[in-house]
Design a protein around this ligand. Structure first.
Ligand SMILES: NC(=O)c1ccc[n+]([C@@H]2O[C@H](COP(=O)([O-])OP(=O)(O)OC[C@H]3O[C@@H](n4cnc5c(N)ncnc54)[C@H](OP(=O)(O)O)[C@@H]3O)[C@@H](O)[C@H]2O)c1
Length: 403
């Protein structure tokens, strides 16, 4: 391990992005040191990682997992911390230089906020945290002056292309979408697919929630919102194009008509490595791109009939600050119900827009307000309220109800 290695706190180390990040770190041991590794419940994977990388500490936020694995970590001589609350603490440790935000879902927002407040460099894959934290998080980033670099491949592509011009010279940006497993299915066929078909993404290997989001196109909807906050562009300047080969990840059109694109094989290691080193580049961890072997690159307009969820992001961005929060909370809750076999894919596709359409009908302790939030709690209250709202909509659509 090099003396000058960057000390990392890796949130979500056992997930798809977390394991990819460790692959990059393994390739450059003199440059990066995983000081803290964080997961929820997969203690077996975390223990393997701790054995290999010898971090200063590990965290499991699931209590049962802590009880199950604490003896193993003690035997290994690695401190094991427990509970979500300690995430605020570990991201702010003096020795931590950078925090890799690779947890899934909105749970990653609290440590992301704490890390920014502690002045740490943020390398983030966790798009839901930015969709929900929105302008509040971007204000903190600007005020603290921390580096805030995207890992999501499309945003990494745009980030790289933007280096070629001034921000006021940008006409539009385009995010590409693979189209997922149902690119050529009819809406009727999509309503009756199996979970196995949903989970079989043609080009990317990802965690379960983002895989479902790719099949519904909600992943791209969230990425449009992520791009809006990250790059400070109005929704009408953010476009989406279907590109089944997943080779071109993002494009920037400048005012003179030039379009710059970033291309690479569909492997997140490159985007993770670039985030860790930007604007410097290190020898690649992914195989070289062979365009002749790929042969053709296709681009198609997203079909509104097949992927109606995409437009919800533009609707959410046209509204109040809490509307992206509502969209994410509704989606996350219903996707988890789908993954737990409580609702079918057809019900998921129907419930997300139905529930979002009724967002103004929300009642209870939290009520919609136009005033921008000035603390994280206000955002989290809205998130909790819309999770309850979405859960109540599952009743009557459960698999047993519709089968
Ligand atoms: N995978 C991709 O190719 C990709 C590409 C671009 C962006 N992203 C984004 O990156 C994020 C991670 O995606 P992923 O595919 O890596 O997901 P994943 O495979 O499901 O991994 C999620 C990780 O977060 C941890 N985690 C979740 N909730 C937690 C909590 N409350 N406390 C502590 N740890 C928690 C999980 O721990 P356990 O393993 O213990 O559950 C796991 O390590 C998502 O926001 C996704 O949208 C992913």
């Amino acid at each position: 391990m090099g003396e000058d290695a960057k000390n990392l706190c890796l949130l979500g180390s056992t997930g798809s992005i977390g394991r990819t990040a460790l692959r990059v770190i393994r390739a450059h041991p003199d440059r990066f040191r995983p000081l803290v590794l964080v997961a929820r419940s997969r203690g077996d994977i975390l223990l393997e990682q701790a054995r290999e990388f010898k971090p200063k500490a590990c965290v499991l936020t699931d209590q049962d997992a802590v009880i199950k694995y604490c003896g193993d970590f003690t035997a290994l001589g690695v401190e094991l911390l427990a509970e979500e609350d300690c995430l605020r603490f570990v991201v702010g440790l003096d020795e931590v230089d950078s925090v890799v935000c690779a947890m899934s879902g909105v749970a990653g927002l609290i440590p992301m906020e704490s890390a920014i407040r502690a002045g740490k460099e943020i390398l983030f894959a966790n798009k839901e945290a930015l969709v929900v934290g929105g302008e509040y998080i971007m204000r903190l980033v600007r005020d603290s002056g921390v580096r805030f670099v995207p890992i999501d491949s499309e945003h990494s592509a745009i980030y790289q292309c933007l280096l070629a011009g001034r921000r006021d010279e940008v006409s539009s940006i385009t995010l590409t979408a693979s189209g997922g497993p149902f690119l050529r299915s009819s809406p009727e066929q999509m309503s009756s697919v199996t979970k196995e078909q949903v989970m079989a993404h043609p080009t990317w290997e990802m965690g379960p929630e983002v895989t479902v989001n790719s099949a519904t196109m909600m992943n791209k909807a969230l990425e449009v919102i992520e791009a809006h906050f990250l790059f400070g562009l109005p929704p009408e300047k953010i476009r989406v194009v279907i590109h089944p080969q997943s080779i071109v990840h993002g494009l920037v059109e400048f005012t003179d008509g030039s379009v710059l694109a970033q291309l690479s094989p569909p492997d997140m290691a490159l985007a993770v490595q670039y985030a860790l080193t930007a604007p410097e580049r290190l020898a690649g961890v992914v195989e070289a791109l062979d365009l002749a072997a790929i042969g053709k690159l296709e681009f198609l307009e997203p079909d509104e009939q097949r992927f109606p969820l995409l437009r919800l992001s533009y609707e959410a961005l046209g509204g109040e600050w809490w509307e992206p929060v509502a969209l994410n909370a509704i989606n996350e809750t219903l996707v988890r119900a789908f993954l737990a076999d409580e609702i079918s894919f057809g019900a998921l596709l129907k419930l997300i827009p139905d529930c979002f359409k009724r967002r103004n009908e929300i009642t209870g302790e939290w009520s919609p307000s136009a005033k921008e939030p000035d603390c994280l709690d206000e955002i989290l209250q809205a998130d909790t309220a819309f999770r309850r709202f979405a859960l109540s909509s599952v009743k009557g659509h459960g698999k047993r109800d519709i089968e």
